[in-house]
Design a protein around this ligand. Sequence first.
Ligand SMILES: C[S@@+](CC[C@H](N)C(=O)[O-])C[C@H]1O[C@@H](n2cnc3c(N)ncnc32)[C@H](O)[C@@H]1O
Length: 269
Amino acid sequence: MSTDVLLPFAAWLGLREAADAAARDTALVDAVRERLPAGGPLAIHDLGTGTGSLLRWLAPRLPGPQHWVLYDRDPELLARAAAGAVTSADGLPVTVVTRCTDLTRLTPADLAGADLVTASALLDMLTAEEVDRVVAACAGRPTLFMISVTGRVRLTPGDPLDAEVAAAFNDHQRRTVDGRRLLGPDAVDAAAAAFAAHGVPVRAGRSPWRLGPEQAELAAEWFRGWLGAACEQRPDLADRTAGYARRRLAEAAAGRLRVLVDHRDLLAG
Ligand SMILES: C[S@@+](CC[C@H](N)C(=O)[O-])C[C@H]1O[C@@H](n2cnc3c(N)ncnc32)[C@H](O)[C@@H]1O
């Protein structure tokens, strides 16, 4: 059984889409609806769209018509996101345009006219300065940041190596890449604090993945990525976790592994 071969990124996003959908805090979407203007088409800007998971989930939960502006630095992911047809809660059309751009340079002018700004599984990939910049661009508009990792995970049954691997993984998430120190699990608190500094109220919700036998494929893929990143951060773990990896993947394949991966959702404004 392979422990280190990971799916291509688009396939990973596809694999996790249903778990993200099940995890998202729908109470925050109810609160979003109350903040949206009545009448005309809604303009929704989605940051770090990937293949469009949040568009497919959120557009049918909001009234239409809607116009979505999808941002990502990866043109192939954006092309996939724009390819599918989506309709609003009331069956009205949802139009889509893409902006292939680096979000670390986002400005308020980019978001001009947006009724709502969204993102999902993005914040951990940013630095403190970049989170401040993104928040400064969003402040003043309802902003929904979903599925941000908190660094807390629980594997059941437990194993003495779980905590050490989790700590190494979180350190990997906070690593410095090309001079950028990523926030990883600290990003969601940094975003909440940045909104507060702008005087914007923030409401937080929980959106944990709860993976069991029905999500064994995702649990195994998540585990491979989690352990792989931990070993990249702490190479000494590689030898010590070889048996652990085989055991965990066998448990996942047999439907005996349960994984809780904690996330938080934020609604600002
Ligand atoms: C983990 S994926 C999440 C994708 C999608 N929101 C979802 O939930 O399936 C993060 C996405 O953010 C994009 N991204 C990360 N940093 C970015 C940046 N600085 N500028 C533009 N896009 C970025 C990546 O290309 C990737 O598609």
